[in-house]
Design a protein around this ligand. Structure first.
Ligand SMILES: NC(=O)c1ccc[n+]([C@@H]2O[C@H](COP(=O)([O-])OP(=O)(O)OC[C@H]3O[C@@H](n4cnc5c(N)ncnc54)[C@H](OP(=O)(O)O)[C@@H]3O)[C@@H](O)[C@H]2O)c1
Length: 258
């Protein structure tokens, strides 16, 4: 799901990729919205967009919603144009959408699986950045946030192609940061550990798996979406003005090394 928001007081617009309810994108929209942003939210499904908009409105957050499939060029362009029409500018992009259509041995994964995962999880993140960067430049700068994963550091069992796509986002962050710094655009990434969302429910709803994960954690619990949203909001804030090209791991103390 994608969301676009604009913050009037801060004269800021945000494009966000998120999904509603128990989701990291929604938590990011809430965190940014509560700090005064007008958020534009989007996803492939109208019903998800409607739920997110209703929830954010109930929290007095300025929000606009629209459907968008980030894998489609026409949809990406419409999202950006709609944001500009509604908000007049774009200051922040949170690239959060991801898919994982495959579980199993990586050697059994097909070209179709790789195309889908890389298109949505990696290529669309870059192509969205390419679309919004000129508008941020006109504003004198901005922020791009990618959402990677602990799996980007240590591939998870049965999630090989997904894990590789998340490793690619660490590289994309590093590759974009020096070029976009010239336009005063900071590029950072967040790598969540196991967070309580629908996406990861197969992990946290299984006590055996959770117990295994807990052995690797300093903080012995699954994370909450709000604990990622607040880090995203921090990275977009003035307090993080000297941070770019970084990935912040938010994992409860899991060891993350490439
Ligand atoms: N939960 C975790 O433990 C965890 C851990 C590490 C990293 N992450 C990352 O955190 C991010 C958010 O995940 P989540 O846990 O909040 O799960 P999620 O709710 O499933 O978030 C992914 C969202 O992406 C949207 N999406 C998928 N394909 C799309 C497309 N082609 N175009 C537009 N939107 C699309 C989906 O919304 P629609 O179906 O409505 O389109 C979905 O709601 C993902 O990048 C994920 O890899 C999650």
């Amino acid at each position: 799901m994608r969301v676009i928001t604009a913050v009037k007081g801060l004269k800021r617009c945000i494009i966000e990729l998120f999904s509603p309810l128990l989701r990291i994108g929604l938590a990011a929209a809430q965190a940014l919205g509560k700090r005064g942003a007008h958020v534009v939210v989007s996803s492939r499904r109208q019903a998800n967009v409607d739920k997110a908009v209703a929830l954010l409105q109930s929290q007095s957050i300025q929000v606009t919603g629209t459907t968008c499939n980030v894998g489609k060029g026409e949809d990406r362009e419409q999202l950006v144009q709609m944001t500009l029409d509604r908000c007049g500018a774009i200051d922040i992009l949170v690239s959060n959408a991801a898919v994982n259509p495959f579980f199993g041995n990586i050697m059994d994964s097909t070209e179709e699986v790789w195309d889908k995962i890389l298109d949505v999880n990696v290529k669309s993140a870059f192509l969205m950045t390419k679309l919004v960067a000129p508008h941020m430049e006109k504003r004198g700068g901005g922020n791009v946030i990618f959402v990677s994963s602990v799996a980007g550091y240590q591939p998870m069992q049965a999630l090989g192609p997904y894990s590789v796509s998340k490793t690619a986002l660490l590289g994309l962050t590093r590759a974009l940061a020096p070029e976009l710094a010239q336009s005063n655009i900071r590029v950072n990434c967040v790598a969540p550990g196991i967070i309580k969302t629908r996406f990861s429910s197969a992990l946290w709803q299984n006590e055996g798996i959770v117990d295994e994960f807990k052995k690797q954690l300093c903080i012995k619990r699954v994370g909450e979406p709000e604990e990622i949203g607040s880090v995203i909001a921090f990275l977009c804030s003035k307090e993080a003005s000297y941070i770019t090209g970084e990935t912040i791991t938010v994992t409860g103390g899991m060891n993350c090394r490439l």
